[in-house]
Design a protein around this ligand. Structure first.
Ligand code: SAT
Ligand code: MN
Length: 607
């Protein structure tokens, strides 16, 4: 049997798409080809297959209906940034923050890996759209994968299936779709027994920006394998956005309703595992304020006819960090996952067929850890990997804003940048203008987390929380931000703020309680926009006076509040060489406007 005669469900009338699928099948030689329809029967068939293979454990129907537990290979638990490449034609277009290889060289290398890599497996073809199928210019993709886990997860995270394929066929050559090829890289010899989590020690996550193509090999983990997410909606989409004058950003989108029923939309960028999902679904502690959510990870922002910046969440689900999520930190996420239809990866499995993780209420007396070992509260090892995830449908979220379904998105009033810093960065700082806000974003720093492999807790610059996701030269990306501001009506641009929920006191404890209390910061942000709240001008921007922040009913000493808001000139002076070193990486690609901002900051610090 040749690969292209592999039995399978029907193909497509779209000649170019069919040709690509045939070409991939000929290279990867799957036993079967299945076009993903998105039907309920298909979900049942796939999840049954995963249960049979041991990849999934079906959870207790009463606790988590139609939900599944999976434990990955211990080596395949996070995005692999050192194996992630932007293979632009010209090396300069990927640098200095991305890995690069000549596109043809990478393709040769990867063709070698893909050759026969789907033997013994089914090759799935997943038509999907990021954003709305009804939008003016639907952002299609087609992912080919040999992983049922990926198919099931993609169904939660993106709009997939026959309806999407029909639209691609209807549009014919006018349909722009991103071909995205994924394999776990674990072919099966005849009669060879599969493992629960097939993957390959050699991994490549590759974007070809000019061709708008994605090739991924060797990993089954979310950000490496669900190619609609980071690979398409950030890396490839950021290139499209540069070319077309919009923004593809690593941002949550929330709707804030004041006691006077005024509505504001806020977008916020934080590095992975720094609380985007919690902020997106925040339950305000201050009376009369309400939050609804639109997205927790990605925002596509385009200018509307009225000159304002409108944001759309291209995703269809939440892929949230599990540990630390509970009824206090994120009651809305808990309610969402408790409705079921979810996949939990690398958490602990309880004896009654439910899931548990560090920080969740009702600690079980015994559970099976993500590594498949007995776990009790006395165990030294964690029950769940720090980057363990829940994957759950966004439409199950009780506080999902109606506007989520509007293909035109919502007009953004404020953009927050934030990182995880023990010192230096105050609770909230308002930028003087868009350019200063761009400088704040470009110099954003955060301590690394478990969301990527590598050391945790190391301070690194993470511009706009996009360091692992900018699909082109980061200097050009800064320039794109600068230019958007230059060309826009300044009065209509979102105001930019820099927040840090993670500042510590001398004993190492958090100064600010965070979570629902962050509504107090959101209130100040809105009052600044309305011209109502006071601020002190500091070398780094406008910081709240202690009186201007609503701390009514908050159990926090004046001294701690002052420390949380403090701008310590010595700490900032120590920050300058790091920023200079960071900017030096960009050479003449750094927009002069940002150098001018840095010079201004230095002058204000008396340097
Ligand atoms: O694994 S993902 O990249 O999708 C999640 C994250 O790290 O933000
Ligand atoms: Mn993310």
């Amino acid at each position: 049997m040749t690969a292209t005669d592999a039995p399978g469900t029907t193909g497509t009338s779209h000649a170019k798409l069919q040709a690509w699928v045939d070409e991939v099948a000929a290279l990867t030689t799957p036993d079967r080809i299945q076009w993903v329809t998105g039907s309920d029967e298909e979900w049942t068939e796939l999840t049954d297959r995963l249960v049979e293979a041991g990849t999934f454990v079906r959870l207790n129907e009463e606790k988590k209906p139609n939900s599944f537990y999976a434990a990955s290979d211990p080596s395949d638990v996070a995005r692999v940034e050192d194996r992630t490449y932007i293979c632009s034609v010209d090396e300069k277009d990927s640098g200095p923050t991305n890995n690069w290889m000549e596109p043809e060289k990478m393709k040769d290398l990867m063709r070698g890996l893909y050759k026969g890599c789907m033997k013994g497996r089914t090759m799935y073809v997943i038509p999907f759209v990021m954003g709305h199928l009804e939008s003016e210019n639907p952002m299609f993709g087609v992912e080919i994968t040999d992983s049922e886990y990926v198919v099931v997860s993609m169904r939660v995270m993106a709009r997939t299936g026959s309806k999407v394929l029909e639209k691609i066929e209807e549009l014919g050559d006018a349909a722009n779709y991103v071909p995205a090829l994924h394999s776990v890289g674990a072919p099966l010899e005849d009669g060879q027994q599969d493992v629960k989590w097939p993957c390959n020690p050699e991994k490549y996550i590759v974007q070809f920006p000019e061709e708008r193509t994605i090739w991924s090999f060797g990993s089954g983990y979310g950000g490496n394998a669900l190619l609609g997410k980071k690979c398409y909606s950030l890396r490839i989409a950021s290139v499209m956005a540069r070319d077309e004058g919009w923004l593809a950003e690593h941002m949550l989108i929330l709707k804030l309703i004041s006691p006077e029923q005024q509505v504001y939309y806020v977008a916020a960028a934080f590095p992975s595992a720094c609380g985007k999902t919690n902020l997106a679904m925040l339950k305000p502690t201050i009376p009369g304020w309400k939050v609804e959510t639109l997205g927790d990870d990605i925002a596509w922002m385009r200018f509307g006819k009225d000159g304002r910046l409108y944001a759309v969440n291209p995703e269809f689900g939440f892929f949230g960090v599990a540990p630390g999520t509970n009824e206090h930190t994120n009651p809305n996420a808990m309610a969402t996952i408790n409705k079921g239809n979810s996949v939990f990866t690398n958490v602990a499995l309880t004896d009654d067929g439910d899931i548990w993780w560090e920080g969740l209420e009702n600690t079980p007396a015994h559970a099976t850890s993500w590594k498949g070992q007995d776990w009790t509260p006395d165990s030294e090892e964690l029950s769940s990997h720090p980057n363990s995830r829940y994957c759950t449908p966004i439409e199950q979220c009780d506080i999902l804003a109606d506007e989520y379904n509007d293909p035109n998105g919502v007009p953004i009033s404020a953009i927050l940048f934030g990182g995880r810093r023990k010192t230096t960065v105050p609770l909230v700082t308002e930028a003087r203008d868009w350019l200063h806000g761009t400088f704040m974003g470009a110099t954003l720093s955060s301590e690394t987390t478990a969301a990527a492999t590598g050391a945790v807790g190391v301070v690194r610059r993470d511009p706009m929380a996009m360091l692992p996701f900018i699909g082109y030269n980061a200097g050009d990306y800064f320039n794109h931000w600068v230019n958007l501001g230059k060309d826009a009506d300044a009065t209509k641009l979102p105001k930019i703020f820099y927040v840090n929920w993670f500042r510590r006191d001398d004993e190492g404890g958090f100064l600010w309680p965070g979570f629902g209390e962050n509504s107090r910061v959101l209130k100040w942000v809105i009052e600044r926009i309305e011209g109502k709240a006071a601020a002190v001008e500091t070398p780094i921007g406008h910081v709240p006076t202690p009186e201007s922040l609503d701390v009514d009913g908050l159990d926090m000493s004046d001294a701690d509040l002052e420390k949380a808001l403090a701008v310590d000139a010595e700490e900032w002076k120590a920050e300058i060489p790091q920023i200079e070193e960071w900017f030096a990486k960009f050479g003449d690609q750094l927009p002069t406007q940002l150098q001018v901002e840095l010079d201004g900051l230095k002058a204000r610090l008396g340097l």
